[in-house]
Design a protein around this ligand. Sequence first.
Ligand code: GDP
Length: 424
Amino acid sequence: MVKAVVGANWGDEGKGKITDMMAANADIIVRFQGGANAGHTIVNNYGKFALHTLPSGVFYSHTTSIIGNGVALNIPILINEINSIVEKGVPAPKILVSDRAQIVMPYHILFDQYEEERLGKASFGSTKSGIAPFYSDKYAKIGYQVQELFDEKLLKEKVVRTCEQKNVLLEHLYHKPLLTPEELLNTLHEYRDMIAPYVCDTSAYLWNALKEDKTILLEGQLGTLKDPDHGIYPMVTSSSTLAPYGCIGAGIPAQELKQVVTVCKAYSSAVGAGAFVSEIFGDEADELRRRGGDGGEFGATTGRPRRMGWFDCVASKYGCRMQGTTDVAFTVVDVLGYLDEIPVCVGYEIDGEVTTDFPVTSKLEKAKPVLVTLPGWKCDIRGIKKYEDLPENCREYIEFIEKEIGFPITMISNGPSRDDIIYR
Ligand code: GDP
């Protein structure tokens, strides 16, 4: 059986924690898209970890972690991450890397930086991890698959073509140092030696696992609104963030996906540019940012302060719908305990009309939030294990949002650790 954990919004909903928790009952955890651009923060018995490439299941000795074919694989970052968790006392995880995954090259990272520099004020707010140039090359069919690292003849020819192509841009568009085939080939040799122990035909491995009735967890990065097709284009990421894509990015049959847990945070946050209708500013935002998450809402990759906002029912309803949600995990509810009243965005006013359907980007930019205010619960709900034991106003907040988004909230997260969870 295959399950997915994905985000409903702009990312940072707390997927890492939910995946880590669900991994207790899974055999295999697969990353299926994205790269080292986003990060998960996980708190467990070994400490606090910010993972960028490793699946959140690496902390269990019973799980196998897979980097699927859909991932933008940054080999040095992966190896550093493995070393860093082992150094902190985590048993060496079992990791398999798809032979069809493609490799983030050093020049992808450079192009990401150069392009953001060139765009200046019009930049995307990229994490400069090379993700957009990487996926551009993948779909332009000039990327490097992991399996190609083991074909010396192919590599020798391909690095020459790569340099020819990339150097045109480096010289004439960016005015930056050029690439040389020798240097590139050396890098690829280093990558080959680093990744060799992990390479595997992961779709065959997963197929066999399904035949043996194993439980596979697909771990998404970012959220619906960053999907290149269904998100706030062009302020999106470069690979699909949707659960159905998990089947493609992992290489498993789509009909095996039985449970989609969509993670929604009890308030909103976003990083990077783009419309954010329920955004708040000033002291109100600073306070929520400071109290948010586990130690504040700051980017796991960049440390950038996240943009903050109230819960957005319009975006979340759409976010859940596009994921094919079976369950909503509603996270970070404990953080709202300080508020007397909690505004919630229930509609968008666009050109004088109110809608609850998430619009295309040009309309989204004109949208103003329609807010309702619910009473706060003014207490600390951490440590509560049963839904009935939550304060009434907290249950009303949850039930109000459940009704607005139209998908069942079956898990409520009231703290950063694995056990801070209430099942409904
Ligand atoms: P992800 O990328 O979706 O995994 O999101 P992040 O890594 O940004 O996770 C959000 C942050 O919130 C992390 O620091 C988590 O440890 C923390 N977190 C997750 N769930 C909860 C929760 O229910 N309450 C609190 N206070 N923090 C949480």
